[in-house]
Design a protein around this ligand. Structure first.
Ligand SMILES: Nc1nc2c(ncn2[C@@H]2O[C@H](COP(=O)(O)OP(=O)(O)OP(=O)(O)O)[C@@H](O)[C@H]2O)c(=O)[nH]1
Ligand SMILES: [Mg+2]
Ligand SMILES: [Zn+2]
Length: 223
């Protein structure tokens, strides 16, 4: 009985690695950098992408594609399409993260030659998506100032595994009992190497630095 369990576990692991390997191949063939965007429901992932993608194209000539992961609805892909950002909705019908197999199948069906950057907006969740590699060059953690300064300490895996963290909704700080500097400090306490960006998508503040970082892709892990 124990032997059978061990065999099944090995099969799952090797198939996951096969999918991520295939994704890396497809990205390399098309010279694409893929980012896995992860954060709680409503932290502002889509609002951030709405601002980032046009600026990446305008200022760095980088054409972006967004894969949107949600449990239900095509709302986010529709929001992005409405502002002329190329977006493809993935509806998981219950699953709380995007699997490498799903990402591979979607990428295989799309014409990728036109794009330089693929952003995958993972299903809104601060825990589970961080556990599943999808062949990305880097994870980017997103956390809004309304969530509480201690969240990077309570949910450290995402922040530990991300090359960058984006603190969003900074325009709301005057209305909250929060300390924006403490968010940054707690992220750095979990991962001293993380880039930290502080933005308001609403007021278009702080976005420029993130655009420069994404546009230059200087990091060793990124394309
Ligand atoms: N004040 C303010 N509100 C923001 C900002 N960014 C996002 N919001 C609001 O926060 C809410 C959620 O934003 P979304 O972009 O949908 O968040 P999300 O992380 O994509 O949400 P899910 O995809 O459902 O997980 C919306 O009402 C946005 O208008 C910001 O910078 N400032
Ligand atoms: Mg969204
Ligand atoms: Zn999950």
């Amino acid at each position: 009985m124990n032997e059978k369990k061990i065999n099944i576990y090995k099969n799952i692991m090797s198939s996951h690695e096969e999918w991520t390997g295939k994704i890396r191949d497809i990205l390399k063939q098309n010279n694409i950098t893929m980012y896995n965007i992860i954060g709680s429901p409503g932290c502002g992932k889509t609002a951030l992408l709405e601002k980032l993608c046009p600026l990446l194209e305008k200022e760095h000539g980088k054409k972006c594609l967004v894969l949107e992961g949600d449990v239900e609805t095509a709302n986010d892909a529709e929001r992005l399409s409405a502002v002329n950002i190329h977006a493809h909705q993935i509806v998981t019908h219950g699953a709380c993260h995007l699997s490498a197999e799903t990402i591979f199948r979607v990428l295989s069906d799309l014409t990728l030659a036109d794009y330089d950057i693929v952003f995958v907006e993972n299903v809104g969740n601060l825990v589970c998506p961080a556990e599943f590699d999808i062949g990305e060059q880097a994870k980017i953690a997103v956390i809004s100032v309304t969530e509480g300064e201690d969240k990077p300490l309570k949910y450290p895996l995402l922040f530990r595994d991300s090359e960058a963290a984006v603190i969003t909704k900074i325009d709301l700080v005057p209305y909250l009992k929060v300390n924006a500097e403490q968010y940054k400090q707690n992220i750095l306490n979990v991962n001293g190497k993380s880039e930290v960006f502080v933005v308001s998508s609403d007021k278009e503040e702080g976005i420029g630095k993130l655009v420069t970082w994404l546009g230059s892709a200087q990091s060793t892990n990124r394309g």
